[in-house]
Design a protein around this ligand. Structure first.
Ligand code: 4NP
Length: 167
């Protein structure tokens, strides 16, 4: 982290997966929910995107929405593709798995700073694995597991970032 977070200069985070319909919309919704719970809305801008164009314009997957809603989290995303300009625009870009991370890094033609582009599970206090597994072709249990991993990773991420807020 290299700067204070203020209302004048909110911290911009983009969560990225492949389709932008399952994992990254869940991360966007969960992180925004935590920000709202802590009354920190003025200090963060939260977004998500996908490395593929498969689902552009679509809302979050219905299973992702169902699992999130059970926990009181709403998913409002509309799928968009992650673009090269996002690498300059966001303070932090968090990929769900290694393939997403590689695809983001290749956009720039060079490896962007590892401080700004990394895996979400770098923040997981209990990382059996470094990737958030793709739930798309599996059952409800996979979506549940994705939610749990994202929730605890997002909590520890926000704990860390909160230290940098200047009120
Ligand atoms: P996501 O899941 O990357 O978490 O949004 C997927 C969504 C769609 C596909 C794969 C993964 N797909 O192959 O269409």
């Amino acid at each position: 982290m290299n700067r204070k977070i203020t209302k004048e200069n909110p911290y911009k985070i983009c969560f990225v997966c492949l389709g932008n319909i399952c994992r990254s919309p869940t991360a966007e919704g969960v992180f925004q929910h935590l920000v709202n719970e802590r009354g920190l809305q003025s200090y963060f801008f939260v977004d998500s995107a996908g490395t593929s164009a498969y689902h552009i314009g679509e809302p979050a997957n219905s299973k992702s929405q169902w699992v999130a809603n059970q926990k009181g989290v709403q998913l409002h995303s509309k799928a968009r593709r992650f673009e090269r300009a996002d690498l300059d625009d966001f303070d932090l870009v968090l990929a769900m798995d290694h393939e997403n991370l590689r695809n983001i890094q290749q956009l720039n033609g060079k490896i962007p700073s590892s401080e700004r582009v990394k895996l979400l599970r770098e923040y997981d206090p209990n990382p059996e694995d470094k990737a958030v597994p793709d739930p798309y072709y599996g059952g409800m249990d996979g979506f549940q597991r994705v939610f749990d991993v994202i929730k605890r990773s997002s909590e520890s991420l926000l704990d860390e970032l909160e230290e940098w807020i200047e009120k």
